[in-house]
Design a protein around this ligand. Structure first.
Ligand code: GTP
Ligand code: MG
Length: 204
């Protein structure tokens, strides 16, 4: 897919205030600092479309971007940000759970996993939550420029093994580097494929 236009539309904390659900929507989520906003900028070829930061907890709201006037790309705040308060974590949980389970135009989620580290409980739990709610998703292993391909491969294999404990069918996965633009073509062509299934008239 060619990205011709990518435009910020709105940020909010309530799924009810999101744009009308008339366009296919794809969301990006993952642990705080995993590289969601950077991946969105890499995919859209826009340096500062989504705000990035080396400090975790940068994205706090549900952010809608309209791509090619055709579909919405959504940047979500990360989970597992340790410094945030209990109250904030509860608010995050409510906002994200409501958005993910009630947004009728959301067709799939890309869950970002840091390719540098061993499987994290919080990521596995989040994938189980998606499974329990029958939300379609794919995985993107991020920041692969940070280590050798051998270590990336080992970490991915460990993650897949951990998934096999709970999952019979394994999800599709991609690898990415926001620095080298690795994974851009693959992820965009998957999105192109996914959005063809969206029929606005068949809302539940
Ligand atoms: P929150 O909004 O806080 O949840 O974080 P996020 O997941 O949106 O992460 P963000 O895109 O802001 O990136 C976090 C940090 O990781 C920044 O310093 C980025 O420059 C860096 N980063 C993101 N992706 C990559 C990548 O592919 N390679 C490298 N080397 N650094 C990356
Ligand atoms: Mg972010």
């Amino acid at each position: 897919m060619q990205i011709k236009t990518a435009e910020f539309i709105v940020s909010n904390s309530d799924h009810k205030l999101c744009p009308e659900p008339t366009k296919a929507e794809i969301a990006f989520i993952g642990r705080s600092n995993v590289g969601k906003s950077s991946l969105i900028n890499m995919l859209t070829n826009k340096k500062n479309l989504a705000k990035t930061s080396s400090a975790p907890g940068k994205t706090q709201l549900i952010n809608h971007f309209e791509i090619n006037g055709q579909w919405y790309l959504v940047d979500l705040p990360g989970y597992g940000y340790a410094i945030t308060s209990k109250k904030n974590r509860a608010l995050w949980g409510k906002m994200i759970t409501n958005y993910i389970t009630r947004r009728e135009s959301l067709i799939s989620i890309f869950v970002l996993i840091d390719s540098r580290i061993s499987p994290q409980k919080i990521d596995l739990e989040f994938l189980n939550f998606l499974g329990e709610n029958q939300i379609p998703f794919s995985i993107v292993f991020t920041k692969i420029d940070k280590q050798t391909p051998r270590i990336t491969k080992k970490n991915i294999e460990e993650f897949i093994q951990a998934l096999q404990k709970d999952w019979v069918e394994l999800p599709q996965y991609f690898t990415s580097s926001a620095i080298n633009k690795t994974g851009r073509e693959e992820i965009l062509s998957e999105i192109e494929h996914l959005i063809t299934y969206f029929k606005p008239d068949e809302k539940e």
